[in-house]
Design a binder for this molecule. Structure first.
Ligand SMILES: [Zn+2]
Length: 143
């Protein structure tokens, strides 16, 4: 069975996981962190770029900032979407206040903005917050 490349969101190591092991809690071979924990994880720009470029599982990124009310309102929905879509896509968050250069690199004009990376490139983008049910559906249909 084919192996999927997954970047560890803790240490940045690229792991190869057999497709049939995706559902059995795969861990990073380097640092032991769980690769699929069903949580919306915060990442730094270097990890984001690596995962976006490398991963075989779709990567969803929420570009947000702590001062943004709609971003904070959307956070619980985004977290629950991460759980609902566990094994199908990984959801991460990038704080554009801490990392403005990453927002600029991805041409983020307003937040929250969600992007989906698949096969090494961006395949979808949504600007503005969405209600919980719609959010999970939006991601599901693009991953
Ligand atoms: Zn690791």
């Amino acid at each position: 069975m084919a192996a999927l490349k997954l970047t560890c969101l803790d240490c940045g190591q690229v792991n190869r996981i057999p497709a049939d092991k995706l559902s059995s809690g795969p861990k990073c071979g380097t640092c032991g962190a769980r690769l699929l924990d069903g949580k919306a994880r915060s990442v730094d720009p270097a990890t984001l770029e690596k995962a976006a470029r490398t991963d075989d599982l779709p990567l969803v990124v929420d570009f947000w900032a702590p001062w943004c009310g709609p971003c904070r309102m959307m956070a619980p929905a985004y977290d629950s979407a991460a759980g609902a879509l566990k094994g199908r896509a990984r959801l991460v968050k990038l704080n554009t206040e801490d990392h403005p250069e990453a927002g600029a690199r991805h041409r983020i004009r307003g937040i929250p903005t969600m992007t989906v990376f698949k096969g090494g490139k961006e395949v979808a983008r949504q600007a503005g917050a969405m209600p919980a049910a719609q959010l999970t559906d939006w991601i599901r249909t693009r991953t």
